[in-house]
Design a protein around this ligand. Structure first.
Ligand SMILES: Cc1cc2nc3c(=O)[nH]c(=O)nc-3n(C[C@H](O)[C@H](O)[C@H](O)COP(=O)(O)OP(=O)(O)OC[C@H]3O[C@@H](n4cnc5c(N)ncnc54)[C@H](O)[C@@H]3O)c2cc1C
Length: 412
C-alpha cells in the first residue's frame, strides 16, 4: 500500500498549476492556497516523478511483518440470522452451505468449525440448527440491540468474537448483510477479504485459497492472504452444498453447553445514532436463486413483446423467468432476473436457455444446474459446451413446439 503526501509548505500557485497540468486523471486541485488530491487519483506517480521536487511525496506503507499463523485457529461461518416479519429468527441457507464447505476445508488443518451467531432472540434454537448443519461450536451474541441490522452494531459483536476466538478463516454469505458486514470487519483488522469466491481450498499452513473469476471472468484468480489473519471470504448462495442435517438429540446438556458459547454483549456496542422508526415489508419477489425450474432468455429474443411468449412457457412449466445481462441492459427485464457473474447464481433442476450464447460470465452463474436445455441457431454457441440437451434451431419454433407438447400432455 502506498499514499501520496502533499508538502503544503512547498506549494506555490506556480507549481500547483504545473501539477494540475501534469495529472492525467484531473485529480489535483488548488484552492485557497491549498493543494488537494481527490479520489480520482490512480497513484500513477506522475506528480512525484515529473512534478516540482519535493511537493508531492510517495509514502510506502510497510508491509506487515507476517503473522504467527499457529495462534489463529478454526474456520468460522457467519450465521446470517434475521428477524422475519412473523417475529421468528431465520438463518439464511447460505450459512448452512458454508458450514458444509468449512467442514471439508477443516479436514486439511484439523481445525474446528465455528458458527458466529448475532441475533435479537432465539439464540438457543438457532445454535442447535447450526450444530445440526455441521458447526462444532456456536458463539452466540443475543440481545434486542440486534433486532434490526446495523452495520456498526453488528460489527462490534463480530470484532469482539474475532478478538476472543481468533479464527484463522471467516466465511460470510454474500447476502446484503454479509456484503455490508464482512468488509467492515476485515478493514478493522486490516486483513484481506475476497468477495464472491466460487471455490475455496485450504493449504496445510492454514492459508485459504480463495478462488474467483477475474478480468471479466476470463481467468480464475487464486487469492491468498499470506501476512495477516483472519482471512475473510464471501461466497454467494447456491455455490456450495449444505450437508444433510444431523440429529444432535443424543447430546447431553453438558455437551450442548460446551458447544454453545453464550457471549457477553456490551450495551456500548449499540449505535444509538440510528433509530428505526418503521419497517415496511417489500412485496414478495420471486428469487431466481431459489427456483427449481427456469426459462432464461437472451439477445436471441427479437422484441420485448416476445417476453410474453417466454413468460407463458415459464408459467406452463411452473418455472421462473430469467435472462442474460443483454436483456437487463436493454431494459426489457430488471436486474433481479439476471443470471451470471454480475447477476445471480442459480442451480435449478431444469433450465431452458432460449437465444443465449453462453458467455463465460453467464455460464458462471448456471453451469452447475442439474439439467440444461439450450436452444440456439448457432451450432457453435458456447452454451452447447455445458448443455445436457442441445437444440440447434429457432427459439420461437422450439418454444411453440414445446407449448403444444405441454398442452397435449395436459389434455391427455
Ligand atoms: C465483467 C462482466 C460481467 C458480466 N456479467 C454478466 C452476467 O452476470 N450475466 C450475463 O448474462 N452476462 C454478463 N456479461 C456479459 C456477457 O459477456 C455477454 O455479453 C452476455 O451474456 C450475452 O448475452 P446473450 O447470450 O443474451 O447475447 P449474445 O451473446 O448476443 O447471444 C445471443 C445468442 O442468441 C442466438 N440467437 C439469435 N437469434 C436466435 C433465434 N431466433 N433462436 C435461437 N437463438 C438465437 C445467437 O446465435 C447468439 O448465440 C458480463 C460481462 C462482463 C465484461
Amino acid at each position: 500500500m502506498a499514499e501520496l503526501r502533499i508538502h503544503q509548505e512547498k506549494v506555490t500557485p506556480q507549481n500547483a498549476a504545473e501539477l494540475i497540468k501534469l495529472c492525467p486523471f484531473a485529480a489535483i486541485s488548488y484552492e485557497n492556497g491549498k493543494l488537494d488530491i481527490s479520489s480520482a487519483c490512480k497513484l500513477c506517480r506522475m506528480c512525484v516523478r515529473k512534478g516540482p521536487a519535493g511537493v508531492v511525496e510517495l509514502v510506502e506503507e510497510k508491509a506487515p511483518e507476517g503473522v504467527d499463523k499457529s495462534s489463529w485457529k478454526g474456520i468460522t461461518v457467519y450465521a446470517d440470522a434475521t428477524l422475519t416479519p412473523e417475529g421468528t429468527v431465520k438463518i439464511h441457507p447460505v450459512s448452512f452451505e458454508l458450514l458444509g464447505k468449512a467442514k471439508e476445508l477443516a479436514k486439511v488443518t484439523g481445525h474446528e468449525v465455528y458458527a458466529l451467531l448475532i441475533t435479537p432472540k432465539g439464540a438457543e434454537a438457532c445454535a442447535k440448527e447450526l450444530l445440526e448443519y455441521g458447526a462444532d461450536k456456536v458463539y452466540a451474541y443475543e440481545d434486542p440491540m440486534f433486532t434490526f441490522f446495523s452495520n456498526t452494531t453488528f460489527a462490534k459483536a463480530f470484532e469482539d468474537f474475532i478478538e476472543k476466538v481468533r479464527p484463522s478463516s471467516v466465511l460470510v454469505g454474500a447476502t446484503n448483510i454479509g456484503r455490508s458486514l464482512a468488509p467492515r470487519v476485515a478493514a478493522h483488522f486490516r486483513t484481506g477479504l475476497t468477495a464472491d469466491c466460487t471455490s475455496l481450498e485450504m493449504k496445510e499452513n492454514t492459508d485459504l485459497v480463495q478462488i474467483r473469476p477475474a478480468f471479466g471472468g476470463n481467468i480464475m484468480a487464486q487469492i491468498i492472504t499470506t501476512n495477516t489473519r483472519p482471512q475473510f471470504a464471501t461466497v454467494r448462495y447456491k455455490i456450495f452444498q449444505q450437508l444433510p442435517k444431523e440429529s444432535i438429540e443424543n447430546l447431553s446438556e453438558a455437551q450442548l453447553a460446551e458447544k454453545i458459547k453464550v457471549m457477553k454483549v456490551d450495551p456500548a456496542w449499540e449505535d444509538k445514532r440510528i433509530h428505526v422508526t418503521n419497517i415496511e415489508g417489500l412485496p414478495p419477489i420471486k428469487d431466481i436463486s431459489e427456483a427449481e425450474r427456469i426459462v432464461a432468455v437472451g439477445r436471441g429474443l427479437k422484441s420485448p413483446d416476445d417476453l410474453q411468449m417466454a413468460r407463458a412457457l415459464a408459467d406452463k412449466l411452473g418455472a421462473h423467468l430469467a435472462c442474460s445481462r443483454a436483456l437487463v441492459e436493454t431494459g426489457w427485464l430488471d436486474a433481479s432476473h439476471q443470471i451470471g457473474l454480475s447477476g445471480k447464481t442459480v442451480k435449478p433442476k431444469l433450465i431452458i436457455t432460449l437465444g443465449i450464447s453462453g458467455a463465460v460470465q453467464f455460464a458462471a452463474g448456471m453451469k452447475t444446474s442439474d439439467c440444461i436445455i439450450a436452444v440456439n441457431t448457432d451450432p457453435n454457441a458456447p452454451i452447447f459446451d455445458i448443455a445436457h440437451y442441445c437444440l440447434v434451431g429457432d427459439l420461437y419454433e422450439v418454444a411453440d413446439e414445446l407449448m403444444h407438447l405441454l398442452d397435449s400432455l395436459e389434455e391427455a
